[in-house]
Write a protein that binds this ligand. Structure first.
Ligand code: GGG
Length: 363
């Protein structure tokens, strides 16, 4: 999207901190947007919105209708922090982030995992996770047979959602290649997309995912022919991702495999605290750190704000504001490379706020 920096534009951003350290890192994203140099011609208005398990405990509703309505009617984009759903069934509760992704039509969760020299090991990949179906439709049931409990969950894979996520993955691969050709740093010379599946066992469901993504690739050789097409069974992907992570460029996966792989991949770049994501639909984007609510460090002021700050940049990037996004990414990279002002998860002694200020001073 082209925009003119000559006429300042005001963007309305919904802020949904959620639970735990979500409340400490979302203000970091807000400060970063407020501190963007005026040359980008962007002003921001913020709307504080409610969701989360703590919200459920207070009001009995995890994702108020009002939050969804305000996002749809009044916001240009949003930032979501973290949610800590209990690991047992709570009557009336359902994960608000899972519901929000569906209600807002955010069918892709895009999770870049890129090393910065000195932190982690060489890796430069993007995990493109399907965000609306698979086991996350949460159609579960429990029943008894011969006096024994049996639990079942439906794994739904649709051609439509697989096609959309496949297209998103190939488009991201082309875009990454375009950025490389403009001089962007990368471990890769040419684009590739690796499709994750377990269709040696789940030949119907994962089989449909794999075949549909492959069809997207084959449907447009003029557009996608420069991309190398690869497939990996999910268990072998875990092994290869830890042994030879540098070989992966874009990785596209059904919802659950994408979730697990992206948390695992965070170990390659030092900490879950630096891995960002964006929930992307055709007309809306919500930036969201990959990490959860981290109750163990909640309230200590030491949560790493980098994942949220990068997610803020991703939100701008998917909204079409490439230059301010690039400015944020490079300020974060400088902070990490220098390795002086970092939070304890990266071996440092700095607070959340000190890291935010160190990144802002590099603008
Ligand atoms: N920001 C990502 C996040 O909150 N992760 C934790 C998670 O997976 N939460 C799902 C839930 O508790 O509903």
């Amino acid at each position: 999207r082209a925009y003119s920096t000559a006429v300042p534009k005001t963007l309305t951003i919904g802020l949904i901190p959620g639970d735990g350290i979500g409340k400490e890192v979302i203000p970091a994203g807000k400060q970063i947007l407020q501190a963007l140099p005026s040359q980008y011609g962007l002003n921001f208005k913020f709307l504080d919105l409610r969701a989360g398990f703590e919200e459920f405990q207070k009001s009995g509703v995890a994702l108020p209708d009002e939050t969804v309505e305000i996002l749809k009617k009044s916001c240009d984009g949003a930032l979501f922090g973290a949610v800590s759903s209990p690991t047992y069934k709570v009557k009336g509760y359902s994960s608000p982030i899972v519901a929000l992704r569906k209600k807002m039509g955010l069918y892709a969760n895009v999770r870049p995992v890129k090393w910065v020299e000195g932190v982690g090991i060489p890796v430069d990949m993007v995990i493109v996770r399907e965000n609306t179906e698979d086991l996350y439709i949460k159609e579960e049931r429990i029943y008894e047979k011969n006096g024994q409990k049996i639990a079942e969950a439906i794994k739904r894979i649709s051609e439509n959602a697989s096609r959309k996520i496949g297209k998103m993955a190939f488009e991201i691969a082309l875009n990454r290649q375009h950025v490389r050709e403009l001089g962007g740093s990368s471990l890769h010379k040419s684009p590739s997309v690796t499709v994750i599946h377990k269709s040696n066992v789940l030949s119907v469901s994962d089989g449909l995912f794999r075949e549909t993504v492959k069809k997207v690739y084959e449907s447009d050789p003029a557009r996608y022919g420069s991309i190398e097409y690869k497939e990996q069974i999910v268990d072998s992907m875990v092994y290869k991702m830890f042994r030879e992570p540098a070989q992966f460029d874009v990785v596209v996966a059904p919802n659950l495999y994408g979730d697990i792989l992206s948390d695992g991949a965070a170990a390659l770049v030092g900490s879950l605290g630096v891995v960002s994501s964006a929930n992307v639909g055709d007309d809306f984007v919500i930036g969201e750190p990959t990490h959860g609510s981290a109750p163990d460090i909640q309230g200590k002021g030491i949560a790493n704000p980098v994942a949220t700050i990068r997610s803020t940049a991703m939100m701008l990037e998917f909204m079409g504001y490439q230059e301010p996004a690039a400015k944020i990414f490079s300020a974060v990279d400088e902070n990490l490379k220098e390795n002086k002002v970092t939070t304890p998860d990266l071996g440092g002694k700095s607070s959340t706020q000190e890291v935010v200020e160190d990144i802002i001073r590099r603008f």
